[in-house]
Design a binder for this molecule. Structure first.
Ligand SMILES: Cc1cc2nc3c(=O)[nH]c(=O)nc-3n(C[C@H](O)[C@H](O)[C@H](O)COP(=O)(O)OP(=O)(O)OC[C@H]3O[C@@H](n4cnc5c(N)ncnc54)[C@H](O)[C@@H]3O)c2cc1C
Length: 260
């Protein structure tokens, strides 16, 4: 039984694009219909595979942005101008097109809605995508877990899921957006890259023993993890999913990470 379930998850299947809509600057939400989809946990991802007419294949991973039980399985893809796969997903795919996909994948970077412990989400850029699923699932299940999101984006136009985040804020989720490059007039939120002090000011204190999820580029995730551990969070309570260029200074605060 378990073996059959695993085989099912890892089998490539066809997904049909129901919609491809703008989500933020250079970011599109692909709503997919997938026959036989068994559901996912918030935080899991899928693999997408593209095949060129000459047989060349490229494969990338994308977090599921929608909550379990949603009518469509949604991916939110940031277009990288020099990227191989993301421009095709954002610019070329249209409603009715199909693509190959397998999943859901991952059991580490997931939030369990039965867990009432405080939750701290820290996102950089498209790292917010798995948190959109977690927050929608939190709302859908009526979870009593107190949640805070600290989200670093470049400018207001780059904030992914802004309207939905405002709805979550209205129902009591703590949403702090930090802008690194451009601030609208009267902006009162944090400005510039997250510093250990910003992290300390806007996340649950360590004494609340939150479940902490950090998702962003390698540099972002490592800087945030350093700040969290320095302010007393137990490395084992901090789960990291990171992506992008691994160049640059690496500092291991002892926090386990999943590579994006
Ligand atoms: C588990 C997992 C979940 C992911 N979820 C998402 C998601 O929800 N949304 C999403 O847009 N992407 C997500 N990614 C990243 C995605 O898999 C691709 O790496 C990304 O779309 C770039 O692919 P590409 O073929 O366009 O670029 P490539 O041709 O592969 O790469 C171009 C260059 O960009 C760098 N790069 C790759 N990703 C990023 C990034 N996000 N930001 C900055 N630089 C980057 C690469 O190191 C490379 O130098 C996820 C990755 C993993 C492993």
């Amino acid at each position: 039984m378990a073996r059959a379930a695993v085989r099912g998850r890892l089998t490539w299947r066809l997904a049909t694009v129901a919609a491809n809509a703008p989500e933020a600057r250079g970011v599109r939400r692909l709503a997919l219909r997938i026959d036989g989809w068994d559901g996912h946990l918030p935080g899991q991802h899928v693999d997408v595979r593209l095949t060129a007419p000459d047989g060349y294949q490229a494969q990338r991973s994308y977090s599921v942005a929608s909550a379990p039980g949603n009518a469509t399985v949604d991916l939110v893809v940031q277009r990288l101008d020099d990227g191989e796969v993301s421009p095709y997903l954002t610019d070329v795919l249209r409603a009715g097109d199909q693509l190959e996909l397998r999943g859901p994948i991952g059991g580490y970077f997931v939030w369990d809605a039965r867990d009432d412990a405080p939750v701290q989400l820290v996102a950089g850029g498209s790292g917010v995508v798995p948190f959109l699923s977690m927050l929608d699932h939190h709302a859908a299940t009526g979870s009593g877990a107190p949640v805070r999101l600290l989200y670093s984006a470049r400018t207001p136009a780059d904030v992914i899921g802004h309207a939905r985040l405002q709805q979550h804020e209205a129902r009591g989720i703590g949403v702090t957006i930090a802008l690194t490059r451009e601030w609208p007039p009267g902006w009162t939120g944090p400005c510039g890259r997250l510093t250990p002090q910003t992290v300390r000011d806007h996340v649950w204190p360590a004494r609340r023993e939150p479940r902490v999820f950090v998702c962003g580029t390698t540099g972002f995730a490592e800087a945030v993890a350093d700040g969290l551990v320095a302010s007393g969070h137990a490395p084992a309570a901090v789960r990291i999913e990171r992506f992008g260029d691994a160049r640059g200074a690496r500092h291991d605060p002892g926090v386990p990470t999943a590579r994006r």
